[in-house]
Design a protein around this ligand. Structure first.
Ligand code: BGC
Length: 730
């Protein structure tokens, strides 16, 4: 029973919500009226001019009416340095350095929507300060194969996790009057052949796996722009795709924002005009450089579009709709006089970057309590591996950054270990960070190795800091990795180091799963992602135990590449034949596949260790039987049974046994992260709206619910379930 006061409180908050809604509605109406008035003053040419680039990262305004240009910047981990007007070269400004935030895989590993909001807000402030109107991020493509060169920019293999993390990120960015631009819509799940490959997949895989994070971005976060992907989907380029843009995005989801092409992803005037593209970017931009004519005028949505409008081959309502959306974007950003000023490189942003970095690091193995490592005068630590000193904000493609500073792992370790002796050597060399080609290093590989063995022999502990990097064929845009194993002969080097020093810990700096033939030889293993400006501090603080790790994997590490479902189905499933590919893995992506087919993983989705231990107990549900419009309330006691404070992520997976359709054994439907002092217990509650358990019914072409028994699994990893409960839903 609720008290009278509770009822009054409920009434007041309902009233406040209602008045906020009414006021928002009034301000929307008045903006739409202003847009009507502007549209009536624009010439056809001026409307068309709004629809395409005028430089690498900007579009024209209407100077005679005081309508500003739109300025965009990458995204998604920090605001990219200024790029030249007509080329990909850096513009060479000296006032464009920023805070580099950790890569989105790391953000996803925190399993903390609160940190995602802080991340988005801080990034939005930096974009605002840099006078950007559109920030090209977040990336929410689903992690389908460990070879995808761009996985590090995305939020893992689970559509629910990616949605829950993307929504607060977007809201945080947009609070600054800067539009987020969620990308790459859709099915850009590999970089290999990204500009040509045609993706064929079932409706269920499309709606249940690959679209939910985009849908949440639109419907829950209210994202103001979205970027069309390079690839084709069912025979049509994604950037101007009738199904994706017109039917799903704009009709079904009521998206009222702007579709921006990926750079050079538009291929036709007619399709761009008719199939939902609003702003064309990046199509052949040597305009003011090599030609007298301004090339931007020859974009598909420039002069050729104008011609077709004039001839009546395309109705004017089409350009009016695009111009209306673009003006709406402006009223939300550069024509919103009350947007805040933003700030950059301030202490608060650095702290957010540090929090995300430390909470995202995942402890994968810790035999004999290898970590944390206590600092003391009699200790000698050998730090071996190129990633101990290599910049991971340079390279990688469009997500490259120019941070004001970047603390390397070696710097961080040297700073934190004030007493121990730190020896360092590279061990291997990968060559310079190159986006489009592999450039071999110049140092002698044998000498590097001999030195590494020598250093390893002299030390009490070896920390091997390796992994992938941001060069071509690694974690880099433009192509995929060529091998599942570690590159640059690191596997051999690790084995050789082990032969001389068994006290070996490995720090992996990467955005992808890798093969680990040496796993049994390492006592400690940490997945450290690309951590941005404060990478070294974060890594060192987790190594020393200053921070207790609490990150959880946002994707599965398979034992063998073939165990991953995209690869299991052979070449036509990944990477395709250069023309088509078929997502034969269907809805069984990542842990859904491993759990359903009982294929053990090396490290499971949701897994991550700690320097303390937790026990989950008293797992309960509020009822045994539900109607389909109800909410399932799950409660669970979490106890920190170890000796130090730490955090655990309680995860709820749901499955439908004996379903009439094919289903994954379990799917993540809720989670919560809980911080606990040593010895303390907390009861956590997780609510799951039953409407979230619907499947996409291909006969109805709509979401549908199947009544019957459901399994509810509560645990701390997809493969580590403390309790299964069964409920009945009518
Ligand atoms: C990438 C986008 C990026 C754009 C602008 C493209 O190559 O795919 O993610 O936002 O370039 O740099």
């Amino acid at each position: 029973m609720k008290s009278k006061q509770q009822y009054i409180k409920l009434y007041i908050s309902a009233f406040l919500l209602f008045s906020i809604h009414i006021n928002a509605q009034k301000s929307n109406d008045s903006i739409e009226k202003k847009i009507d008035s502007i549209l009536s003053q624009l010439t056809l040419k001026e409307k068309v001019d709004l629809c395409h680039a005028q430089s690498k990262f900007s579009t024209k305004g209407v100077s005679r009416l005081g309508i500003p240009e739109i300025w965009m910047a990458d995204g998604p981990h920090g605001v990219r340095a200024e790029i030249s007007w007509d080329s990909w070269n850096h513009a060479g400004w000296t006032n464009d350095s920023i805070t580099a935030f950790p890569a989105l895989t790391c953000l996803a590993s925190t399993f903390s929507p609160d940190l995602a909001r802080q991340y988005g807000f801080s990034l939005g402030e930096e974009a605002r300060y840099r006078e950007k109107d559109v920030l090209l991020g977040p990336g929410v493509n689903i992690y389908r194969t460990p070879l995808n060169g761009r996985n590090f920019e995305y939020m893992g293999e689970d559509p629910y996790l990616a949605s829950v993390m993307a929504v607060p990120y977007i809201k945080g960015v947009q609070e600054n009057g800067v539009a987020a631009c969620v990308k790459h819509y859709a099915l850009n799940n590999q970089e290999h052949w990204r500009s040509l490959i045609n993706v064929e997949l079932s409706d269920r895989a499309l709606h249940e796996i690959y679209l939910p994070a985009f849908r949440a971005s639109v419907q829950e976060a209210g994202v103001w722009s979205i970027m069309g992907a390079y690839n084709k989907v069912r025979g049509q380029y994604a950037t101007h795709n009738e199904l994706l843009n017109n039917k799903i995005l704009k009709d079904d989801w009521n998206f009222d924002g702007v579709v921006i092409s990926d750079w050079s992803a538009a291929h036709s005037t007619m399709e761009s005009a008719l199939y939902g593209l609003d702003i064309e970017m990046g199509t052949g931009t040597d305009g003011l450089g090599l030609n007298k004519e301004n090339h931007y005028d020859y974009y598909y949505l420039a002069n050729p579009f104008l011609e077709k409008l004039k001839k009546g081959e395309i109705p004017e309502s089409i350009v009016n709709d695009k111009a209306r959306r673009i003006l709406r974007l402006m009223f939300r950003t550069n024509m919103n006089s009350s947007r805040p000023l933003g700030r950059v490189n301030n202490q608060e942003h650095i702290e957010v970057a540090y929090k995300v970095a430390t909470e995202g690091i995942v402890l994968l193995k810790n035999e004999e309590q290898f970590f944390p490592i206590q600092d003391n005068r009699s200790l000698t630590i050998a730090v071996i591996g190129e990633n101990a000193t290599r910049s991971m904000t340079a390279g990688g493609g469009s997500s490259e950054l120019k941070p004001k500073f970047e603390i390397s792992p070696l710097d961080g370790i040297k700073k934190r270990f004030k007493n121990a002796a730190i020896l360092h050597t590279m061990g291997y060399e990968s060559g310079p960070s190159e986006y489009s080609r592999v450039v071999p290093g110049k140092l002698n590989a044998d000498s590097l190795k001999i030195k590494a063995i020598d250093v390893a022999q002299k030390a009490d502990i070896v920390l091997f800091i390796g992994g992938l990097n941001k060069s071509n064929s690694q974690d880099c845009e433009g192509d995929d990795r060529k091998e599942f194993g570690l590159p640059f002969n690191q596997d051999i080097l690790i084995n050789d180091i082990y032969e001389v020093n068994k006290n070996l810990g490995i720090i992996l700096v990467s955005g992808n799963a890798i093969d680990m033939p040496w796993l049994s030889k390492t006592k400690g293993l940490m997945q450290c992602w690309y951590l941005g400006s404060v990478a070294g501090n974060a890594i060192a603080d987790v190594i020393t135990g200053e921070v207790n790790p609490s990150g959880k994997l946002p994707f599965t590490f398979p034992k063998h590449l073939k165990d991953n479902s995209a690869h299991y189905f052979g070449e036509m499933s990944y990477p395709g034949d250069g023309v088509n590919q078929y997502y034969k893995d269907d809805i069984l992506v990542g842990y859904r596949w491993h759990e359903t087919k009982k294929i053990e993983s090396l490290f499971a989705f949701g897994y991550g260790g700690s320097y303390t231990n937790f026990e989950l107990s008293n797992i309960g549900i509020n009822k045994k039987s539900y109607q389909r419009d109800e909410v399932i309330e799950i409660s669970c006691d979490v106890k920190n049974v170890g000796k130090i404070e730490g955090a655990e992520v309680v995860q709820v997976y749901i499955g439908k046994p004996n379903s009439k359709i094919e289903r994954a054994k379990k799917e993540l439907k809720g989670f919560t992260k809980v911080f606990l002092q040593k010895g303390k217990t907390k009861t956590v509650k997780i609510s799951i709206d039953i409407s979230k358990l619907k499947y996409y019914d291909t006969e109805l072409s709509a979401w549908n619910f199947e009544s019957g028994k459901y399994d509810i699994y509560v645990g701390n990893a997809s493969n580590n379930i403390s309790k299964k409960k069964i409920v009945n839903i009518k």
